[in-house]
Design a protein around this ligand. Structure first.
Ligand code: SF4
Ligand code: SF4
Length: 353
């Protein structure tokens, strides 16, 4: 497909063009953070660094209505009530601008949960089909990034419809899917000199450094499962705040509640976090994961043991894990819990078990 050129000073205009046909989620600066907002006039997209929150919200909103319901009492027999259900409106076609390759890859891992586990989540499926990703390739890796551990990389195209490569004066925009090609139709072809510059940039991307072999991670995790001294040590600093899970592009836990106002109400799905003690609190008062150590074990185990066992497969020589190495959980953890160190400890200490 033809590579196009998106000049810096044409970015806002291009965003406005997309916003006419799509709901556009674009990253903008708010204080220290870069957050996604639905496009509004006067917005200025900011593509200079990875968004603080992931693009997961495009596929799985933090809060979404599953249905609304209305009760109507039978006027001649008040013991009888009819219930009327209404589904939410179909999702709007959406473009997510400025996601990073690790976030676009995360969509595949969310698909595993919501589309491929036997029960298809129809709301998710509709939103997934209506969403396109215009991703920005990473010129460098931050010290919290480890996408190369998980089979990804700074220019990994998996899950993207368009990839923007930063060059002098703007971006080379490369369509990866047919839908992406349509998004770029009005842009000029990238000049030969720009393509040459891009080839030079790609040839000199920084080496990401060695990655541990994760193929042993599931087995070694299971060997350490009952070693509560190990998990207590690993979780000693954790505050159970849940930031790691809320910012994670692959965490998929949710809660469902009914908000009821007399004779009508709505059923709402909201993100939940397995790092909270309330997450597994049962009605009886029993809590199978009352300790932080158990909760951290569950989070890490889900990503590096249970997921690869349920969905065997490899990318770039690594098993498919439910983590794209985006590093958000490391960067934003208030007490610097580092999932890389935990995984390395599992590989090392689980070996001798
Ligand atoms: S962000 Fe850090 S402190 Fe908060 S729950 Fe996650 S690991 Fe614990
Ligand atoms: S576990 Fe951490 S590094 Fe992995 S995808 Fe989630 S937030 Fe990113």
């Amino acid at each position: 497909m033809v590579a196009r050129f998106l000049a810096d000073d044409a970015l806002t205009r291009q965003a406005e063009t997309w916003a006419r046909d799509y709901r556009l989620l674009a990253p903008v600066r708010e204080g220290q953070a870069v957050v996604y907002r639905t496009w509004a006039p006067d917005m200025r997209p900011f593509l200079g660094r990875p968004p603080t929150a992931s693009a997961k919200q495009a596929l799985l909103p933090q809060t979404e209505n599953l249905l609304t319901y209305t009760y109507r009492k039978e006027p001649t027999d008040l013991t009888r009530t009819e219930v009327f259900l209404a589904e939410p409106l179909p999702p709007e076609p959406t473009v997510v601008l400025g996601a990073r390759p690790c976030d676009a890859r995360a969509g595949k891992l969310l698909d595993r949960v919501f589309l491929e586990r036997g029960v298809k989540d129809e709301l998710y499926a509709r939103r997934r089909a209506a969403t396109l990703f215009v991703t920005v390739a990473c010129e460098s890796m931050e010290n919290t990034c480890f996408c190369h551990w998980t089979g990804g990389g700074p220019t990994s195209e998996e899950g993207s419809d368009v990839m923007l490569f930063p060059v002098s004066g703007g971006y080379v925009a490369r369509a990866i899917t047919e839908a992406g090609e349509k998004l770029l139709a009005a842009l000029p072809e990238a000049p030969a000199a720009t393509m040459e510059e891009l080839a030079g940039i790609l040839a000199h991307l920084p080496e990401p450094g060695p990655a541990p072999d994760l193929r042993q991670a599931p087995e070694r995790f299971l060997k350490l499962f009952d070693d509560m001294d190990f998990w207590t040590d690993e979780s000693a600093r954790c505050l159970s705040c849940g930031v790691c899970t809320y910012l994670c592009p692959t965490c998929s836990c949710f809660n469902i509640t009914d908000e009821d106002w007399g004779l009508k109400g709505k059923r709402v799905r909201t993100w939940d976090t397995c790092m909270s003690a309330l997450y597994t609190l049962e009605g009886s008062g029993h809590n199978p994961r009352s300790a932080r150590a158990q909760r951290l074990r569950n989070r890490v185990g889900h990503k590096f043991c249970y997921h690869p066992r349920e969905f065997p497969g490899e990318t770039g020589g690594q098993p498919e894990v439910s983590c794209t190495g985006c590093g958000r959980c490391i960067k934003s953890c208030p007490v610097s819990v580092d999932i890389r160190r935990i995984v390395r400890d599992i590989l090392e200490k689980g070996e001798g078990k």
